[in-house]
Design a protein around this ligand. Structure first.
Ligand SMILES: *Cc1c(COP(=O)(O)O)cnc(C)c1O
Length: 431
């Protein structure tokens, strides 16, 4: 099985030690199911790996856009993770969960005055600044409060990661951050150092997602450290922090490689230490920002089959009771997923079909060309694996379909971490 918390017993798929058939019986369908122990295990790889190889002042931040609800913030906080947020909605969720806002890092390439003030009122520890307008606004609002706001600059190291265009963010022409190559990053650093209410802690970069080895991190560490050394010699300012961004990959299917996170951190750290001494700069405190690799394989989605359509000589469809409203990722990026008949998990899979949703949209496909048992029929339970990241957080109410609950399993226990939307919720904002 692609993840170590999945196994099959008597034809039934088990997840985090729980029968998926029992979970669907108890909580209904469709549902997201997440495994708290798996989330914790994923956090520990980063927390322990970074401390071990980068030293005690290194810290991983959970990129909470991958999956944001109150309970998640409590779980990652208890594992010693900081968090990244990208909107006031995520800030508010973290704040209301009781998360220590000092350990929150606020991203986004377009923060308006309301966003900046809201973040400051909540005590957000650090802003990752994307543009000069934002810097001026932060300086102004920090001045009004009589504080110095800690920031990092988002810098684009100019790396093309050869990943999918939409998740490729480190190139010079990216909409995110200040390019090093054009001199913009140096210029803004000089400008910021003269600002009274700005505490520039260092630099941030993020070059891509779903990366399975460390060469890209090593390459961006090289460029960023070189830049830090240049800033030191040009401006006499030495960065105290360097954020290397997010992005180690997860296994959506058997074709994706497995990755040893701790060993990859070791490789980056080894290079980092060597480079710092070569450039004769103090080692900045390093942070990383894993999102999907914290939650993706800690989640599955359970659906019931509504109908099976065999179009002789063409193709077959298995339609389920959810769709692009709970998982838009195939529609958006043609993302791959592993699909299992959760109540017929040991039957041979000889039926080629497209797993499709219930939305009024031909593109509402969860996954094309999947193999399921020939006997699959209305009422059967289907599990889509590795849906813990960018599913719940990207869900919509298209067709006025209520969003799904999140059921958390934790050892022998299970609990509702997020309630499902009701029909009353759907109309609650209508006048
Ligand atoms: C999305 C994002 C991440 C997390 O990426 P994953 O692929 O989910 O690990 C980290 N940092 C930044 C700045 C991001 O935008």
């Amino acid at each position: 099985m692609i993840v170590n918390n999945l196994y099959i017993e008597n034809d039934t798929l088990f997840f985090g030690g729980h029968s998926t058939v029992d979970l669907a019986e108890k909580y209904g369908s469709p549902i997201y199911v997440m495994d708290e122990q798996k989330i914790r295990e994923n956090c520990r790889k980063y927390v322990n790996g970074m401390k071990k190889y980068f030293g005690d002042n290194a810290k991983p931040f959970y990129a909470s856009k991958a999956c944001s609800f109150k309970r998640i913030y409590n779980i990652v906080e208890s594992e010693g993770m900081g968090v990244d947020v990208v909107s006031v909605g995520e800030i508010y969720t973290a704040f209301k969960s009781g998360y220590n806002m000092k350990n929150v890092c606020f991203h986004s390439n377009s923060k308006n005055d309301y966003d900046i003030n809201f973040a400051m009122d909540c005590g957000v520890g650090c802003f990752v600044v994307d543009n000069v307008e934002e810097l001026d606004a932060i300086d102004c609002f920090a001045g009004e409060r009589g504080i110095k706001q800690k920031i990092l600059f988002r810098v684009t190291p100019g790396i093309d990661t050869h990943t999918y265009e939409a998740v490729n963010t480190g190139k010079v022409d990216s909409k995110f951050g200040f390019p090093i190559e054009t001199g913009a990053a140096m210029e803004i650093t000089k400008y910021a150092l003269a600002k009274e209410h700005i505490d520039l802690a260092g630099f941030h970069c993020h070059v891509g997602s779903q990366l399975f080895e460390s060469s890209v991190f090593i390459r961006s560490a090289e460029i960023m450290l070189q830049f830090i050394a240049e800033v030191k010699s040009t401006l006499g300012y030495e960065a105290k922090e360097l954020d290397l961004g997010g992005g180690y990959g997860v296994r959506y299917t058997e074709n994706d490689p497995t990755i040893d996170i701790e060993d990859n951190i070791r490789q980056v750290a080894e290079y980092f230490k060597k480079k710092c001494s070569e450039l004769n700069i103090n080692e900045p405190a390093v942070s990383m920002e894993p999102g999907r690799s914290i939650v993706a394989d800690a989640g599955i989605t359970l659906y019931k089959v509504g109908n099976v359509k065999r179009i002789e000589g063409y193709k077959n469809y298995v339609a389920i009771d959810g769709g692009m409203t709970d998982n838009p990722r195939y529609a958006l990026y043609e993302s791959e997923y592993t699909v299992i008949a959760a109540d017929k998990a040991n039957e041979p899979c000889d039926f080629l079909c497209d797993l499709v949703g219930k939305c009024c949209e031909s593109g509402d496909i969860i996954q094309p060309k999947v193999m399921l048992p020939e006997s699959i029929q209305r009422g059967d339970l289907v599990a889509v694996l590795t849906t813990g990241a960018y599913n719940f957080s990207m869900a919509s109410n298209y067709n006025r379909i209520p969003r799904l609950p999140v059921i958390m399993v934790n050892g022998d226990e299970s609990y509702v971490a997020v309630k499902g939307e009701t029909l009353e919720d759907i109309i609650s904002r209508d006048i």
